[in-house]
Design a protein around this ligand. Sequence first.
Ligand code: GLA
Length: 425
Amino acid sequence: MRKTNHAFRGFIFGLSLSLTGLALAAPRPPRQAPANQNPGLALTPPMGWNSWNHYAGRVNQRVARQTADAMVASGMAKAGYIYLNLDATWMARQRDAQGRLQANPRRFSQGIPALAAYVHKLGLKFGVYEDAGLRTCAGYPGSFGHYRTDAATFAAWGVDYLKFDWCNVPLRMTPPMSWHLGLNGKRPGQIALQLYRRMGAALLATHRPIVFSLCEWGLYRVWHWGQTAGNLWRTTGDIRDTWASMTRNGFSQNRLAAYSGPGHWNDPDMLEIGNGGMSNTEYRTQMSLWSMLAAPLLAGNDVSKMTPATRAILENRAVIAVDQDALGVQGHRIWRAGRAPNDREIWSKPLTGGAVAVGLFNRGPKAASMTVRWWQLGLGGKKAPVCYTNLWTHQSAAGNAHGFSGTVPSHGVIMLRAWNGANCH
Ligand code: GLA
């Protein structure tokens, strides 16, 4: 299975379903729906690594172990990237005689529990991928009809994170199966809500804290109900390692800011930083934008062979601190200019203690001078001096009375942390 074909198919499939989705009434969460989550889990956006963007169907136990080692050795783990998540194709083509999932015998010959133990020993956490439907997107056994068994298997293996995909879900069930499953007459969006909640409940019932990541690509307005099922949800189709794909996913999140918060996050898909399809300027834009969005930071590169530039981008502590800020508020756009897609955008994100993160993004083809006024960030005023730190150059300064101006390279960003105060260091 080639990733490009797969991604393209996924895009067309996603597009057609999103168009269908527009016509359908979106399921609304019942009032006071119980949060189907482990309290205290994912209070800040999950950080880690996932195998898909770089390895796609080629992941194996050597890659996983080598990545775990590299996460520790490179400082990624110290910077906060703690989940090592296997994506698709880790499993065998068949369940075992008891109906349990099993690892692909060729590529994970030592089995998943041994790998989880290896990862845990390094102080990291371990995640896997499954699918809500009959088969995963790559044709491996799906979880449909096995939610409780699979949740129990994952818990027994020491899994800490589950990404649950949406391929091959039988949306047109007929009786008696639909009766049996309590899904008779339900629309696709309602089926999504029901199935994700069921898996969320099955994971909770194991009593192991397992972060639950919903992956229905934003088809059924998952942001309205996702937090009644799990901890994060994809809001877009699959990201690719291109400027167009990354900016489409990232900049489209503005209207979703209200749905995100501690324990429940919008997920515009994983990082492509270091995979080679974009420039370092563009990768700095992804890192900054994802952090402004309080998005999960799941690196998707070969961590064992990072250039110093890739490492500096992924491990920028000041930018990570914006993503991980305890307030857990997703940033939003406060200004834009130019024809769609906007050439220039300014986003702000409130931080704990009254500070504000701000991103000045230049999506256009030429360098541009951009200005943000302190009042746009709720800072400053007559007697309040403003300080700021540039989160990529690490320079701190006292702001002038009005605001900040800088030249932003094409496809680049200036990201600041600004606060009211006289002590700027
Ligand atoms: C779907 C998901 C991707 C990835 C692939 C694996 O397309 O959206 O993130 O997990 O499946 O097959």
